[in-house]
Write a protein that binds this ligand. Structure first.
Ligand SMILES: Nc1ncnc2c1ncn2[C@@H]1O[C@H](COP(=O)(O)OP(=O)(O)OP(=O)(O)O)[C@@H](O)[C@H]1O
Length: 292
């Protein structure tokens, strides 16, 4: 298929090489947020930021508060205390288009199975077109071209007219990422995006998210249960335990002590222990990627 992309709003942004941490703009800034359910703090005084071009992995045991944190960040639930800013704006005040700058990728893809890959991607444009156009699925040419560009970006241009429910799990998650890109987001919040995928498809999806962060101005924060995946793909690792943020380090500094702080003592010996306390661990071997 040959397409002319010049009419569509472009996703192509220059790769920033050599840009230091200080030069990168904070996309998401979370300051001292707390969320309680029936008096119990699911997240407690959490502070961190995610900068443009950054891929941050959020780790933590079950019940640590990862989903609650994401629900606060995406505005699905209100916090009891603290502030969340997107590109400097208070998230709780964002309306319409501005709210679409936070895109979410779910574990279960959340595609409409009877629609094509392209139609699913165009759902990412719904906040940008008049309501009646969305209902009738009558999108402008520029939106359709943008949708195709997004599918091309995730390697699925050839599947544009294929029904979503005929795609593999890995392909469906790529369509979901293309839909997120169609929102032209400042940040992509990915809630366990590889939990339903086999190791190779999962690695492909994380590689794609990392590439999106690096080559565009988009920031990515991604919760994971696979520590080796986080160590392979993330620029930075933050960790929640019992609702509190206990780790916020560049990935190469995520050592044995950090692992134990988050999860307690290792039971399966899947991560190579450091030679001395606090020393960085070796990058994981391919067969370790799904070990923990
Ligand atoms: N709507 C709710 N009402 C009451 N308690 C809740 C609610 N949502 C979350 N919680 C509680 O908040 C805590 C954190 O839950 P959360 O789902 O955020 O953890 P998680 O780290 O995402 O877990 P997992 O990795 O298993 O998905 C848990 O104790 C949970 O029971």
């Amino acid at each position: 298929m040959s397409i002319e992309l010049t009419a569509a709003p472009s996703l192509a942004l220059p790769i920033v090489r050599g840009a230091t941490e200080q030069h990168r703009l904070p996309r998401l800034a979370v300051a001292g947020i707390t969320k309680r359910f029936s008096g119990h703090a699911a997240i407690d005084d959490v502070t961190f930021s995610v900068r443009e071009h950054e891929f941050v992995a959020l780790l933590g045991p079950s019940g640590a508060g990862k989903t609650t944190l994401f629900r606060c960040v995406t505005g699905l639930i209100a916090t009891d205390r603290g502030q969340i800013r997107l590109d400097g704006e208070d998230v709780s005040t964002l309306q319409g288009h501005a709210r679409r700058r936070i895109a979410v990728v779910f574990q279960q893809f959340n595609l409409v199975s009877r629609l094509t890959a392209l139609e699913n991607v165009l759902a990412g444009r719904l906040g940008y077109v008049p309501l009646w156009r969305g209902w009738l699925r009558q999108f402008e040419r520029a939106d359709r071209l943008l949708g195709l560009e997004c599918l091309d970006r995730v390697g699925l241009l050839a599947q544009a007219s294929q029904r979503a429910d005929t795609l593999s799990g890995g392909q469906q998650q790529r369509v979901a990422i293309a839909r997120a890109l169609a929102q032209q987001p400042s940040i992509i919040v990915a809630d366990e995006p590889v939990a339903s995928l086999d190791p190779n498809a999962g690695a492909g999806v994380l590689e794609l998210l990392r590439e999106i962060a690096r080559s565009g101005g988009v920031a990515v924060i991604c919760s994971l249960h696979q520590v080796p995946f986080a160590r392979t793909y993330a620029d930075r690792i933050i960790g929640l335990s019992c609702g509190r943020m206990v780790i916020d380090v560049p990935t190469q500094e995520f050592d044995e002590a950090a692992y134990v702080r988050l999860y307690g003592a290792q039971r399966n010996g899947s991560l190579t222990p450091p030679t001395q306390e606090g020393a960085p661990m070796k990058p994981p071997a391919q067969n370790e990627l799904y070990a923990s």
